[in-house]
Design a binder for this molecule. Structure first.
Ligand code: SAM
Length: 222
């Protein structure tokens, strides 16, 4: 397990199943905010099988995640595929939490529908005990953006800003156990939060370290 420390952020290279106990023993995390591996369904109405980058997605990002990780937190916001919605809502209910489905609505979705709805919506589920956060809307709208990083599922910054503002307050400590290139961390720092990120792929961990360093050099909104 490798650890890189920044002003207000700590990034770990490793499997979150191994790193999480260490993080929880040393910190009081206020919110888990994450874009974990989705469960994608290729074929049928799903576009997955047709995407050029599907091989990359399958290798690193598909297959879902162990949602029991959420049990450790009373305030979590996770992105998910439609096929994961029920399971994650059941998780919130089993923890006795309030829950809300939020959406990212894409103005420029891939136009292919395969005889079903357009792929213009992604879901976030927010499980929470007490809602005191900055942003109260249930949706964010904008374009899918090309990103300069070598990672197939980087979330746009405006989407992560929305997630951070929906589930935390200034000064909070946010954990992303499936950090990818660090988009949650960039929003967290820019919006005056603290951040812990975990990523198992060295290539993405290195990009995240660079992005966090850049965000800090550009200043934060305390
Ligand atoms: C959907 S991507 C997150 C992308 C991120 N939102 C971004 O904007 O870059 C999920 C990430 O979780 C990582 N991952 C998957 N399983 C993991 C695990 N057990 N521990 C840590 N990271 C993991 C993958 O390598 C991938 O980069």
């Amino acid at each position: 397990m490798q650890k890189q420390e920044f002003d207000g952020a700590t990034l770990y290279l490793g499997d979150c199943a191994d790193v999480l106990p260490v993080v929880l023993s040393e910190n009081k995390v206020d919110a888990l905010i994450s874009d974990p591996p989705y469960v994608l369904q290729a074929g049928g109405g799903n576009l997955g099988g047709q995407r050029k980058y599907m091989a990359d997605i399958n290798r690193h990002l598909d297959g879902g995640f162990d949602i029991s990780i959420l049990q450790n937190f009373e305030n979590w916001l996770v992105f998910c595929a439609k096929s994961q919605l029920v399971e994650i809502i059941v998780q919130a209910k089993s923890q006795g939490l309030n829950w809300m489905v939020l959406t990212w609505n894409k103005k420029n979705p891939t136009p292919l529908t395969c005889n079903t709805y357009l792929p213009d919506t992604e879901y976030m589920i927010h499980g929470y005990r007490k809602h005191i956060w900055e942003s109260k809307t249930r949706f964010v709208v904008g374009n899918v953006e090309k990103n300069p990083f070598d990672h197939p599922t980087v979330k746009p910054q405006y989407v992560m800003n929305k997630a951070v503002m929906s589930a935390s307050e200034k000064g909070d400590l946010i954990l992303d156990p499936f950090m990818g290139t660090g988009s949650t961390g960039v929003s967290a720092l820019r919006l005056g939060r603290r951040f812990i990120g975990i990523e198992k792929e060295p290539k993405y961990f290195d990009i995240a370290c660079q992005r966090i360093e850049n965000a800090l050099s550009q200043g934060v909104l305390f």
